[in-house]
Structure formats: structure tokens, C-alpha cells
Design a protein around this ligand. Structure first.
Ligand SMILES: [Zn+2]
Length: 354
């Protein structure tokens, strides 16, 4: 059984919090509570990004980054019969939305579901067609526009998946929003581990907004911290499932922290990859290298700021990204924490010339 009780508890609390893009307040509140004992200075910027200065120190300034938002939906129309028509916030596949339970955020959280025509009344042709998210609707049980309004729900209301965190077989967790509350939990844990050390670099944990809409929050964080090294903590694709050949797995659950060499937003400096894999090997931390032609992380914005910011991405492999039921292995998350802490302590080496 997994021993990291504090890390597991942080992951549970953070994953059950609500964080649709641009309304990450619930997650901010949880993170403020979790970091209250390690914070030297903290602020939020005009976009809502949360900055936690964990410690001063000699040597390079290291900035950990994890995004607070999760994929969600927004109400774009309420019809006369009280159905809510929705638009996606982030990359959502209609196939995983159909029939799901959701929470609509009105005066309070309101339970609802994404309706679907039952097979009894579908034509054979209709059964073959995957609808667009814009064709889907949320049913909160109201029968008129006025009933919906009385719940505090209208155009612009957020729709999220309900909290559903569970530990499955021993070391594995299934939940909504693990992308990227796993990164948030890792940043909190590393902050706690390095806060009280006698000698460690200057350290910041930055929790960004609106990553799922195109890395928006991360666009403005570098000028506020001016880091020497950025470490982005993410969740990444683990497609080690039936029907997917090994060359398309990207990463595998239980095989360690994923060190990203490439995605569509950043090609990691090979020198930094060599340094990071060297740290992992020296410390006996299991890791896997990943190359993807699609996808991206906040690193895509961060490394292009100012005169360029040395940036690495360390991820927890995760199945079923952007669904209500993501799955990760806690041993991988623990490897992410250990590797990030070891990397921060070794940051001076990373920044040495070729
Ligand atoms: Zn993410």
C-alpha cells in the first residue's frame, strides 16, 4: 500500500475541488490552506494566477508551475423547456460526455445530467453518429426558463463533473481533474520538503489559470518571478490500454515520472533532459522519456518569455485525460515529487554552460 499519506490526502482534496477555467477560486482556497505553513510571500495577479514564494536561498531561482483549472463546460443558452445548451471549456470529447452526471454552478451546486436519446427511439443511422458537444444539453430537472433562473443558473454558468475521488487497487486513483491537481499536489509536497532545509535554492510554486483554454495564465507569470529555471508539473497521456499499440502508449502507468522531450509547444533543450535523467538515475528515481507530436503544457509559453527560460516538464502518467474518470498510479506521482525536489536542489548544475 502506498505510504505517502500526506500526498494522497492533498490529491484527494484538490481533485474534489471545482476549478473551471477562469473560476479557480475553490482550488485557490485549498492551496492557500495547504501552503500556509511554508509561504514566505504570496500574491495573485490580475488573471488570478496564485504565486507562493516558498523560500529565499542562494543560487538559482527555481519556479515550479502547475495549472489549477480543469476541463469544464459553460451554459450558452437556456431554452423554454429549461434545458441548458452548453459549450466546452477545453478539449472535451462528446463521446465521453453523453449520459454523464454533472454539477451546474448556480446559487449553489445543482446536480444534473447530460441527456441522451435512449436507444429505444434511435434510428440505426442515429446510433452511428457521434454528436458535437454543441448538440448536447444538460438537464437539471427544471421544466421552464423561470425554474432555471430561480436556481441562479443562466447564460455563462459553469458546468463541471461532480467530485468522485477514489483509490482503486492499492496504488491507483480514479477521479475527475487529476489533470492537473496531481501537479498542484506535487508542488505543495515539494514546497513542504524544501521549505525548512538549510541550503536550498530560492523556490516559488506558481499555480496557473486557464491552461486548458490555451496556456493563457502562464503567459504572464515569468515577468513576476524572473526564474532561472522553470519546472512544469503536469499530467500526461498514458495510452497503455487495450487496442493501443506500444508505439502509441506515450507513457505507461507505474513506470515512473515522465520527462518530456517534445510536444507541440516545446522541444526541451537536450542538455536539460540529460541533466534531469542524470538526477533521476543518481537518486534511483524511476522515470520514462516521452515524445509527443501533439499536446502542450504551460512550458510552451514559459520558455519563450524574456531571453528564454530554461524549462523542463515532469509529468504524472494519466489514463483517460479530459474525461470524468482519470486514472494515475500514486507511485508515479511520488516519483514526480522526488525528482522535482532533487532537481531543484541540483538546479545550479542544470544551468552550467555546455
Ligand atoms: Zn494539464
Amino acid at each position: 500500500m502506498f505510504e505517502g499519506g500526506r500526498l494522497l490526502e492533498a490529491l484527494r482534496v484538490l481533485s474534489n475541488a471545482y476549478g473551471p477555467p477562469a473560476w479557480e477560486e475553490d482550488v485557490v482556497g485549498k492551496l492557500r490552506g495547504m501552503t500556509s505553513e511554508v509561504v514566505e510571500r504570496s500574491w495573485r495577479d490580475n488573471l488570478g494566477n496564485l504565486f507562493v514564494k516558498v523560500r529565499s536561498g542562494s543560487g538559482p531561482r527555481v519556479m515550479m508551475v502547475a495549472h489549477m483549472d480543469e476541463v469544464a463546460m459553460i451554459v450558452r443558452h437556456v431554452d423554454d423547456s429549461g434545458f441548458l445548451h452548453i459549450a466546452p471549456l477545453g478539449g472535451l470529447d462528446a463521446r465521453v460526455l453523453i449520459g454523464q452526471r454533472v454539477v451546474v454552478h448556480g446559487n449553489g451546486p445543482v446536480e444534473g445530467c447530460i441527456g441522451v436519446k435512449p436507444p429505444h427511439v434511435m434510428t440505426p443511422d442515429e446510433m452511428k453518429v457521434v454528436p458535437n458537444v454543441r448538440e448536447l444539453y444538460v438537464d437539471v430537472g427544471a421544466s421552464s426558463r423561470d425554474e432555471v433562473r430561480a436556481l441562479g443558473i443562466g447564460v455563462g454558468s459553469y458546468v463541471t463533473f461532480p467530485p468522485n475521488f477514489a483509490v482503486t487497487s492499492g496504488t491507483r486513483v480514479v477521479s475527475k481533474a487529476l489533470d492537473d491537481r496531481a501537479g498542484c499536489a506535487a508542488a505543495v509536497e515539494v514546497s513542504k520538503e524544501l521549505h525548512g532545509l538549510g541550503s536550498a535554492p530560492e523556490l516559488y510554486a506558481v499555480f496557473t489559470v486557464q491552461e486548458e483554454l490555451g496556456l493563457r495564465g502562464a503567459s504572464v507569470i515569468v515577468e513576476q518571478v524572473e526564474p532561472d529555471l522553470a519546472v512544469v508539473l503536469e499530467c500526461t497521456v498514458a495510452a497503455d490500454v487495450p487496442g493501443t499499440p506500444p508505439q502509441d502508449h506515450v507513457t505507461r502507468l507505474g513506470q515512473g515520472a515522465a520527462i518530456r522531450m517534445m510536444d507541440s509547444t516545446m522541444l526541451t533543450n537536450p542538455k536539460l533532459v540529460r541533466w534531469l535523467t542524470g538526477v533521476a538515475e543518481r537518486e534511483g528515481i524511476s522515470y520514462q522519456l516521452q515524445v509527443m507530436t501533439g499536446g502542450g503544457t504551460d512550458a510552451g509559453r514559459i520558455h519563450l518569455q524574456r531571453r528564454g527560460v530554461p524549462t523542463v516538464v515532469i509529468s504524472t502518467p494519466c489514463r483517460y485525460l479530459h474525461t470524468p474518470n482519470l486514472m494515475l498510479d500514486l507511485r508515479d506521482l511520488e516519483a514526480v515529487v522526488r525528482l522535482t525536489a532533487a532537481a531543484a536542489l541540483d538546479a545550479r548544475e542544470a544551468l552550467k554552460g555546455p
